[in-house]
Ligand binder design. Structure first.
Ligand code: HEM
Length: 448
């Protein structure tokens, strides 16, 4: 048997790290073209990063050899400043317990009940947009952030977050920027050092936590408890021990769901509008489906199953712009990926964005073509050619929620409005935190 070797990669730490800081997607993309599907590079002197793109490698890390990996501390420690030990961060027994507690809240029957919340808020947004003069420029990224936050707030708490919407959005964006800088900082100053960025981050985090705690507190004193995610989390009992969540566990989960549950869907919708703005043939097919299925009525919860093309538009958007564009892991023990040896405690990035554009698995990968997601086409593909929601035991718990929400919102808004690009400027990608349009997404609102 041949001895496992080290993957190829750029030899200069300084040149690669500068390219990475300037534009991570371009730096990875160039390295991928030059060195192939498995790459090693130095993040810091003495710290090697392994970057893998092939679907077999993704399947290996996320499923078949998942036991040899854990979430990378260099990413998840900064994230835990905001999400505590919530389900996205935790590991081992404690993660398993949280996942078991939360699973029922994300079962299909539970999610279907939330469809009416999604369509109600989408309709409210339609009414708000109807108040704008036709041709007005709107920031779609901002609009989608507000809308998805309203929906996840209502799904969680059954009380609108409206009053706190601006405060939450602003505090979240600032906190996310801090976390992203901290993930990428070669040396992390302890948080107890009272620097200005540390103090500002703590202020923003406290603001977010206060909002979440206020809503949890209201629930504790409520008489007729509505059936929502929060009540499910509060009532959920571990199947083995019968234990319920403590207040601080509840806060971490609520923060996780508020944040993981809106940012990703919001950027998906922004990219979908951006792509539709420059692909009239796809837009027309989408409008045709909406006219045929909905016959002029606003979409309701029950229409979700009858809008396959709308959902395919969302799935193709998630291929080209996966909000979580790479998955970071650390090896617990030595492993071997596709013949390359990976030492223990190595930082491994599974490059979702690049797998989704891999020419061996996608024809004309840069093209926006929702037809790739017909059942027939999807069944022909490698199972890990497409994994916007990750895979294996840590797969996104909210994936059905997200697909339903994005499909219903897109259907509601496209039925009534056409969004045109507001400027001829190309829209750049900002890959900090999630993959978002850089500096928002300005589009013109045209009534249909
Ligand atoms: C288009 C929208 C979404 C995308 C692309 C997305 C993507 C992902 C990905 C890739 C992961 C796995 C991360 C990893 O393995 O390191 C994940 C985990 C997670 N997502 Fe999502 N997500 C979306 C929407 C949502 C929604 C709507 C919710 C909740 C309402 C949610 C809650 C979570 C949670 C709690 C986890 C952690 C699961 C665990 O570790 O057991 N996500 N998501």
């Amino acid at each position: 048997m041949a001895l496992a070797t080290t993957p190829p990669g750029p030899s200069s730490y300084i040149a690669f790290s500068k390219a990475y800081r300037d534009d991570p997607l371009r730096a990875f993309g160039q390295a991928w073209k030059t060195y192939g599907d498995s790459i090693r590079f130095k993040a810091l002197p003495g710290v090697d990063v392994y970057f893998v793109v092939h679907p077999d490698a993704a399947a290996h890390v996320l499923t078949s050899h998942g036991q040899a990996y854990r979430k990378a501390p260099s990413v998840h420690q900064p994230l835990s400043l905001l999400l505590g030990n919530g389900i996205l961060i935790s590991e081992g027994e404690s993660w398993l317990r949280q996942r078991r507690l939360m699973n029922p809240a994300f079962h299909r029957q539970s999610i279907v009940k939330l469809a009416s919340v999604m369509t109600r808020f989408a309709q409210e947004r339609v009414r708000r947009w109807e108040g704008y003069p036709t041709g007005s420029a709107i920031d779609v990224a901002e609009e989608m952030q507000q809308l998805t936050l309203e929906i996840v707030g209502e799904a969680l708490f059954s009380t609108g977050l409206e009053a706190q919407l601006d405060s939450f959005s602003t505090a979240f964006r600032r906190a996310a920027e801090f976390i992203n800088d901290r993930i990428n900082a070669p040396f992390k100053m302890p948080m107890w050092v009272p620097t200005k960025p540390h103090r500002q981050f703590i202020e923003n985090r406290d603001r977010l936590q206060q909002i979440a705690m206020h809503l949890i507190g209201l629930r504790r004193h409520q008489q007729n408890v509505p059936l929502d995610l929060l009540s499910m989390l509060m009532a959920a009992q571990d199947a083995d021990t019968g234990a319920q969540m403590s207040d601080s566990e509840l806060l971490d989960e609520v923060m996780t769901l508020l944040i993981a549950g809106h940012e990703t869907v919001s950027v998906t919708l922004s990219w979908a509008f951006h792509l539709l703005g420059s692909h009239p043939e796809v837009l027309h097919q989408l409008q045709d489906e909406l006219e045929t299925v909905l016959k002029g009525n606003p979409p309701g919860a029950e229409d979700y199953m009858h809008l396959p093309y709308t959902r395919m538009v969302i799935e193709e958007t998630l291929r080209l712009y996966p909000p979580v564009w790479g998955l970071s892991r650390e090896t617990i023990r030595a492993d071997e990926i596709q013949g390359y040896s990976i030492p223990p405690k190595s930082f491994v990035i599974v490059g979702t964005y690049f797998t989704h554009r891999h020419p061996e698995f996608w024809t004309a990968p840069e093209q926006f073509n929702p037809e790739r997601f017909t059942e027939a086409e999807a069944s022909k593909r490698h199972k890990f050619a497409y994994y916007p929601f990750g895979g294996g035991p840590r797969i996104c718990i909210g994936n059905q929620f997200a697909l339903m929400e994005a499909t219903l919102i897109l259907a509601t808004l496209v039925q009534r409005f056409h969004l045109e690009p507001a400027s001829g400027q190309p829209v750049e990608i900002d890959p900090t935190f999630t993959l978002r349009p850089k500096n928002g997404l300005s589009m013109r609102l045209v009534r249909r």
